[in-house]
Design a protein around this ligand. Structure first.
Ligand code: ADP
Length: 398
């Protein structure tokens, strides 16, 4: 079945058309700068890529319309008509406590996703726009919602409860939710497969290290703990996000600088993390390059990132009373041998050692990076959130 996967941001829309029988991507692309000056890209598998700048896309409606027109275009398209799209799978960022699984979207679901918008004000409204637009333009195709938070709904109360007055949970559902769930679920399943471990009895750790980064402890196939919280700001130091920080420090800075709460949130989300420490870049390639020519703050940013990652891995080994396998995934996890090396070197105490040659791995390759005689295997497992969404969509319709 041909499934259109849609990932809507506030001014962007990523899409992939996937044949779920063969799991082949038929075409993919991205509409960017929606409502600004419109940038449209399209790449049919095996065909010529199309890029249109200054393309008229005032809203997501025109963007989706153009995606459909291009997919069905006689010359560059990959399907004959709109009816070939059997279903649309939508990535939805925050499902709150309402959604522990993917769902077929109806008006009630849209209302509930809108209610979760308070928890993800930058993301959920955009997701809803994408859903409504697809419903309008493809009224016959079922729309499926796949939530970033759903996989983590198995966390126990003592894992997700913040140590603040309980009434804030009761009144506003303030608690830890976790994100990147589609990726953590996909990668943990694959990790168990490649290691020939029974997922239902296993203890796994997945490090999803991209622009946003999170670590998840997956116990018996279910999320046991994860480093992000109510929002994707908690946990690891990230590209531009601070991760864990003493709120007292925030109060102190706000007073000293006369910053408003909005300015503080902007600083913590967009100007912090490795970018904030280095003053150089949020991209790890830049940081390693600058460090190599003596830029100490780029080196410090890498040290902070790796140290906190190591602490989370160690904490999750303790939380699960052991670990059977570890995976690295996403942009940094799949490409950055330096980060991976630092983590594995801190696992020598438990008999885990780095295979230096295998650790040269780059994008798109599944590879074991621990030595064959290591006590537990460590792998690079490329994530594929779109494929995971397409699979969920097809499974739900069957
Ligand atoms: P997003 O979370 O935005 O989807 P990705 O998972 O694609 O991001 O990760 C993007 C990040 O991956 C970049 O910011 C960069 O830091 C890192 N990255 C990409 N390629 C490499 C590489 N070859 N070496 C080190 N880091 C890389």
């Amino acid at each position: 079945m041909d499934v259109l996967v849609i990932n809507c941001g506030s001014s962007s829309l990523k899409y992939q058309l996937i044949d779920t029988d063969t799991e082949k991507v038929m075409a993919k692309g991205i509409c960017e700068r929606i409502g600004v000056d419109g940038l449209f890209t399209y790449k049919p598998t095996g065909g010529m890529a199309i890029k249109k700048a200054e393309f008229d896309m005032p809203t997501h409606t025109e963007a989706v319309q153009h995606v459909i027109d291009t997919l069905t275009d006689p010359e560059n398209g990959v399907i004959e008509s709109l009816d070939d799209i059997a279903a649309v799978g939508h990535r939805i960022v925050h499902g709150g406590e309402k959604f522990a699984e993917s769902v077929i979207i109806d008006d009630e679901v849209i209302k509930e996703v809108e209610e979760c918008s308070a928890l993800a004000p930058l993301h959920n409204p955009a997701n809803v726009i994408g859903i409504k637009t697809c419903m309008k333009l493809m009224p016959n195709a079922p729309q499926i919602g796949v939530f970033d938070t759903a996989f983590h709904q198995t966390m126990r109360d003592y894992v997700y409860t913040y140590a603040i007055p309980y009434e804030y949970y009761e009144k506003y559902k303030v608690r830890r939710y976790g994100f990147h769930g589609t990726s953590h679920s996909f990668v943990s399943k694959r990790l168990a497969e490649v290691c020939d471990i029974d997922l239902d009895t296993s203890k796994l750790i997945v490090c999803h290290l991209g622009g946003g980064a999170s670590v998840t402890a997956v116990y018996r196939g279910k999320s046991f703990d994860t480093s992000m919280g109510l929002t994707p700001l908690e946990g690891l130091a990230m590209g531009t996000r601070s991760g864990d920080i003493d709120i007292g420090a925030i109060n102190y800075i706000a007073e000293k600088e006369g910053m408003s709460f909005e300015e503080i949130m902007d600083m913590l989300n967009k100007k912090s993390g490795v970018l904030g420490i280095s003053g150089n870049s949020s991209d790890f390639r830049d940081l390693w390059n600058s460090r190599a020519v003596g830029d100490e703050r780029s080196g410090l940013a890498l040290d902070v990132f790796c140290y906190r990652l190591i602490k989370y891995v160690g904490a999750y080994i303790a939380a699960m009373n052991g670990v059977d396998a570890i995976a690295f995934t996403a942009g940094i996890g799949e490409n950055d041998e330096g980060v991976r090396q630092r983590v594995i070197d801190k696992l020598n105490y438990m008999g885990v050692f780095l295979d230096g040659e295998a650790n040269q791995a780059r994008y798109g390759k599944e590879v074991r990076i621990s030595t064959p005689d290591s006590k537990i295997p460590v792998w690079v497992i490329p994530t594929d959130e779109e494929l995971a969404i397409a699979r969920e969509t097809a499974a739900l319709l069957k």
